[in-house]
Design a protein around this ligand. Structure first.
Ligand SMILES: NC(=O)c1ccc[n+]([C@@H]2O[C@H](COP(=O)([O-])OP(=O)(O)OC[C@H]3O[C@@H](n4cnc5c(N)ncnc54)[C@H](O)[C@@H]3O)[C@@H](O)[C@H]2O)c1
Ligand SMILES: CC(C)[C@H](C(=O)O)[C@@H](O)C(=O)O
Ligand SMILES: [Mg+2]
Length: 374
């Protein structure tokens, strides 16, 4: 077995970010212990906590550390004091967007899975969603998020420009086509080509690449229709490719299929660096309550292990998550009848990574109120 030594920058961020990150790090430590790897965790500031401490949502120290790391694990950023103040001169989200841009993370990959164990708690009909397995490729460093923006008319009108270049579309489209080749050979481009010029460029560019991937069936869907189809008939999708803002919206929507926003992980990759984060935000209402689901961040850590080429380790984490779902060791939004906390779910999964028997003993201890958290 190859022993790996890796430097991982951890950006816990704001709200529930530190809580869910702590559980993902716990699981990564269990992986290191079981497989003999050395993971070093370097904690840095980003988001509202960084503004409070330094005045900047992305301090240079943090950015430098991320550039040098083998991978970055992020919790979430965002704070109501900025959300409720549209005139705030600096915002936590600016730090995240700048980090994505500076690290060249143009492809954000968001898997969506319907878990058999959670079907009965889903608001959607089980027979419609069972077996859903979608991979969303969201473009992450272009589009309306990064276009010129501003006010005019004495502040009474505003604009956000949306720009895409052919090169920006091609580089993520190649990744999406390659992923479809290894899966069910279907790629759906989600756009608004009936209205937007940028969307027409997306269609034209992706259509021109299609002959390079003859085994992949390419189709197109307008985003409004896609938003409906994802809920109505999600099994029709294999790989979805889309631009920045559409990808943001349809992936939160698709989390209803899994059962919670707290279940969807993501990997952001591009020019070399790689960042792993749950797709959810800082869920400020839950901060400190122990109710945040850590599984999205733990599954993001599994994607980080994939990125390191540690397939067995990544599968071990995913199996441990499945074991937690089998045993209904989940946070209350998934099953109000269970009372497991963020920390208990995380430590159960960490124990399961080490040894299933250990995690069963741990669960009994939680039940008896004598939980020992590793
Ligand atoms: N990548 C990021 O860091 C990121 C992503 C989205 C939003 N944000 C920021 O987060 C803040 C809050 O935004 P929001 O309320 O729109 O979105 P949010 O994702 O924080 O929460 C939306 C809802 O999803 C559910 N949810 C989210 N995470 C969960 C978890 N781990 N477990 C269980 N349920 C969970 C809750 O019902 C919550 O009310 C804002 O400041 C926003 O800008 C950050
Ligand atoms: C916080 C915000 C800037 C971010 C985005 O829109 O990309 C978030 O919603 C996400 O999905 O990571
Ligand atoms: Mg989002």
């Amino acid at each position: 077995m190859d022993i790996l030594s890796k430097q991982i920058v951890v950006l816990p961020g704001d709200g529930i970010g530190p809580e869910v990150c702590a559980e993902a790090v716990r699981v990564l430590r269990a992986v290191a212990e079981r497989f003999g790897h050395e993971f070093q965790f370097d904690y840095q500031l980003m988001g509202a906590c960084a503004i409070d401490a330094t005045g900047s949502p992305l301090p240079e120290l943090t950015l430098d550390a991320c550039h040098q790391a083998d991978a970055v694990l992020l919790g979430a950023i965002g704070d109501p004091k900025y959300d409720n103040d549209p005139t705030a001169p600096v915002r936590p989200e600016q730090g995240l967007l700048r980090l994505r841009k500076e690290l060249g993370l143009y492809a954000n990959i968001r898997p969506v899975t319907a878990y058999d164990q959670l079907l009965e708690h889903s608001p959607l009909k089980a027979e419609r969603i069972q077996g859903t397995d979608i991979l969303i490729f969201r473009e992450l460093t272009g589009g309306v998020y990064f276009g010129e923006k501003g006010r005019f008319d004495e502040g009474n009108s505003a604009y956000d420009n949306c720009t895409y270049s052919r090169a920006e579309i091609e580089r993520i489209a190649h990744r999406a086509f390659r992923a479809a080749e290894t899966r069910r050979h279907k790629l759906t481009l989600v756009d608004k080509a009936n209205v937007l010029e940028t969307s027409r460029l997306w269609r034209e560019t992706v259509r021109q690449l299609a002959p390079q991937y003859p085994s992949v069936a390419l189709d197109y869907l307008f985003v409004d229709n896609a938003a409906m189809q994802i809920i109505l008939n999600p099994r029709q999708f294999d790989v979805i490719l889309t631009e920045n803002m559409f990808g943001d919206i349809i992936s939160d929507e698709a989390s209803v299929i899994a059962g919670s926003l707290g279940l969807l992980p993501s990997a952001s990759v591009g020019d070399g660096a790689a960042l792993f984060e749950p797709i959810h935000g800082s869920y400020p209402q839950a901060k400190g309550k122990g109710i945040a689901n850590p599984i999205a961040t733990i599954l993001s850590a599994a994607m980080l292990l994939d990125h390191f080429g540690l397939q067995e380790e990544a599968d071990t984490v995913r199996n441990a998550v499945q074991h937690a779902l089998n045993q209904q060791v989940v946070t209350p939004e998934l099953n109000p009848a269970t009372r497991y906390t963020t920390e208990q779910v995380g430590s159960f999964i960490a124990y399961a990574v080490l040894d299933i028997a250990d995690c069963e003993m741990h669960r009994n201890n939680i039940r008896l109120g004598m939980s020992t958290i590793i």
